[in-house]
Design a protein around this ligand. Structure first.
Ligand code: SF4
Ligand code: SF4
Length: 346
C-alpha cells in the first residue's frame, strides 16, 4: 500500500488559515472536520498512531467534499487535493469504498460502457479529427445533459466530437483509484489529439493535471472571442470548485455572462454546492445541508438563470430548485452562449 508523498504531507504548518474557508468545518465547528484536522489524521495514519480502520479516518475521508477551497487560502501552498487523493487511495480500498461509488466507477471504466451511457441520447457526434481541437463529451454529461455538447458545437463548429472517447478518469482519481484515473486521462489524451475542450470544470482540472495545462481548455476559457446573444435576463453563476480552486478559472465565465445579460454575483458563488462528484449520493444529508443555504441565496437574488460549468453542479442545483418549485432555471453557460435558451424558457 502506498504511503503519502512526504513533501505533500510535511508542508502544512498548522496555522489554521484554512478553517474559515472549509464548508464542512462551517457545518460542525469541529477541528477534526477541517483541512488542518484532516491533515493531522493523515499524519496519524502515516505514522501508524491510528490504524487504517479507525472510524474517524473513514468518516473524515468521506465527509470532506474535496472542493479544494482550503488550497486557495493556504500560505504554505499545501496541495490538499493531491493529499486527499492519496488518502482515499489508502482508505477506500475493498469494501471501504462506498458501494454507490464503486458502481459509478464501474459504469465509466471503459470507453464502450461510456458510449452505452449516451447511446440513445442526442449528444454531439462527429468523426475524430487527426489534429483536433476536440470536444470532450464526458461520461455522465453525455447521458444527463446531451444538449450541452450540442450547444458547445453550435458555438464552436470546429470542435470534433467522436462518441468513442471514454471518460477522463476524474471519478476514479477522486475516489480511491488515482492510478487508474491518471491512466484513463492519458488514454483519452491519445484518443483526442490536439486541444481538448471540455464543458465540465471537474474534468478540466483532472485532465490538465495529467495531460498538461496547455492541452486542456474549459469552454469559457476557449470562448473569449465569440459573438454572444443578449438575453436581457438577470444571470448568476455557480463556480465549479475544481475549475476555480484547481485551475484558477473564475473570471472567464463571469466575463462571458456579463456580455449576455445583467450579471448578479451570488455571495457564495465560489463555494461548493454539495454536489462534489459522487458526494451527493454518498452523503445525501450533508450535501443537502450545504445546498440549502445556497438555494436560499439563489431565490433571494431575483435571477432568471443560474449558469453552471459542471454537470454535477447542474444536477444538484436543478434538483434542489425544482423541489422548491423555483422559477430560476439552471442552464449550462454553453447553452446561454450558443443562444440555445429561448426567451419563452424564462
Ligand atoms: S493546510 Fe495550509 S492553511 Fe491549513 S493549517 Fe495547513 S498550512 Fe495552514
Ligand atoms: S477540500 Fe473542501 S471540504 Fe475538504 S478540507 Fe478542503 S475546504 Fe474542507
Amino acid at each position: 500500500m502506498n504511503g503519502f508523498t512526504p513533501e505533500l504531507l510535511d508542508r502544512c504548518i498548522s496555522c489554521g488559515f484554512c478553517l474559515p474557508a472549509c464548508p464542512t468545518y462551517a457545518l460542525t465547528k469541529d477541528e477534526t472536520s477541517s483541512p488542518r484536522g484532516r491533515i493531522t489524521l493523515m499524519r496519524a495514519l502515516e505514522e501508524g498512531t491510528l490504524p487504517g480502520n479507525d472510524l474517524r479516518l473513514q468518516e473524515e475521508s468521506s465527509f470532506c467534499l474535496g472542493c479544494r477551497a482550503c488550497e486557495t487560502v493556504c500560505p504554505a501552498g499545501v496541495q490538499y487535493g493531491a493529499l486527499l487523493e492519496e488518502w482515499r487511495d489508502r482508505q477506500w480500498q475493498g469494501t471501504r469504498r462506498p458501494l454507490i461509488v464503486w458502481l459509478l466507477m464501474s459504469a465509466v471504466n471503459s470507453p464502450w460502457r461510456v458510449r452505452l451511457l449516451g447511446l440513445f441520447r442526442r449528444h454531439a457526434r462527429t468523426r475524430p479529427s487527426p489534429s483536433g481541437p476536440h470536444l470532450m463529451l464526458g461520461c455522465f454529461e453525455r447521458a444527463l445533459y446531451p444538449e450541452v455538447s450540442r450547444a458547445a458545437r453550435r458555438l464552436h463548429p470546429e470542435l470534433a466530437a467522436p462518441a468513442a472517447q471514454g471518460c477522463c478518469g476524474a471519478l476514479h482519481a477522486h475516489n480511491g483509484d488515482s492510478a487508474r484515473g491518471r491512466q484513463m486521462a492519458a488514454e483519452l489524451g491519445e484518443r483526442l489529439p490536439g486541444t481538448i475542450v471540455t464543458t465540465s470544470g471537474g474534468c478540466a482540472a483532472h485532465l490538465a493535471d495529467v495531460l498538461g495545462r496547455d492541452r486542456v481548455k474549459e469552454i469559457s476559457e476557449y470562448s473569449t472571442g465569440e459573438d454572444l446573444p443578449e438575453t436581457g435576463a438577470r444571470i448568476a453563476l455557480q463556480d465549479s470548485c475544481h475549475l476555480r480552486n484547481g485551475l484558477g478559472v473564475w473570471r472567464e465565465p463571469r466575463a462571458l455572462l456579463e456580455r449576455m445579460g445583467e450579471y448578479v454575483e451570488l455571495p457564495s458563488a465560489g463555494s461548493c454546492c454539495g454536489a462534489a462528484g459522487s458526494y451527493a449520493l454518498v452523503r445525501p444529508r450533508d450535501s443537502a445541508r450545504i445546498l440549502d443555504a445556497k438555494l436560499d441565496e439563489i431565490e433571494a437574488a431575483g435571477i432568471d438563470y443560474l449558469a453552471v460549468v459542471n454537470p454535477g453542479c447542474h444536477r444538484q442545483l436543478e434538483q434542489g430548485l425544482r423541489r422548491r418549485k423555483s422559477s430560476v432555471r439552471v442552464v449550462h453557460l454553453a447553452e446561454l452562449a450558443a443562444g440555445a435558451v429561448r426567451p419563452a424558457d424564462r
